[in-house]
Design a protein around this ligand. Structure first.
Ligand code: SF4
Length: 74
């Protein structure tokens, strides 16, 4: 399963290790969108799908446990 989300896994690990933070919408895109087939890196045409908005909401409220998700992806 992890192989399906390599960018998510790398970014989540960086966040957990304190190498980067989730501040701007582009930070959330790097975590949640980089493995998506519909993602266009650096382009303004990116929409915000309901899954992105839901996960962003949960992350902002500390209700999405990155470590647990990483563990499940192993
Ligand atoms: S917002 Fe949703 S559809 Fe768009 S790139 Fe991100 S995950 Fe994919």
């Amino acid at each position: 399963m992890k192989d399906n989300f390599p960018n998510f896994s790398d970014k989540a690990r960086d966040i957990l290790e304190g190498k980067c933070k989730l501040r701007e919408v582009d930070d959330f895109r790097a975590l949640l969108c980089a493995d998506c087939a519909f993602y266009h890196h650096g382009e303004e045409e990116n929409e915000e799908c309901s899954c992105f908005l839901l996960l962003k909401f949960l992350l902002e409220r500390k209700a999405f446990d990155l470590q647990r998700v990483l563990d499940e992806l192993q």
